[in-house]
Design a protein around this ligand. Sequence first.
Ligand SMILES: [Zn+2]
Length: 219
Amino acid sequence: MLLKELREKVIEIALKAQKERLIPLTMGNFSARDRRTGYICITPSGMEYDKLTAEDIVILDIEGNILDGERKPSIEQPLHCAVYRRRKDVFGISHTHSVFATAWAACNESIPVVVAELAALIGGPVECAIYKPMGSLELAETAAIRLRDRHAILLANHGVLAVGHDIDSAFANSVVVEEGAKIAFYARQIGVMRLIPEEECRSLRKISLEKYGQKNDIL
Ligand SMILES: [Zn+2]
């Protein structure tokens, strides 16, 4: 089977996201890009994650053409492909509807940098791309452009998209965004949020890229 291991990895991450309560039911979608072929393994549309097998994962080229798999790919495949086309450094994408991040997206408001992890791992505030219908080409282009060199973006009135140098780091970034969204929400109830200044954000990002974690373990 084509890219069996990567297909299984995509299922593993989808199940982890469900366990972390980042996605209700069959919502959200996940993909990984193979470094050798450039092919994209993506979750199928509307199937329960705990029933997925490697055969259910669909293989696409970067334009979204189906290369292998019997299932219909995720409705957000244009969004995944648009991000992969613009970002040569991205090899994994995790799209979730996690509650706190989506609440900020419901207000069309960016998640401010209230904790160091957002600066270090996402690259700054989690900005919010303007509303476009789910699954549309407009959503794909708008969000991919607004993402710039960051590692996550909110989709207005919809959810959050996190990317990474592999699907593990994309998933980890989904968790970081949700935690940041939660802390920012509570901080706002307590009082006036004190944001990490832009210059400090850049320095934290640099530290994370150069020094954080074990060898090749940078998120
Ligand atoms: Zn969605």
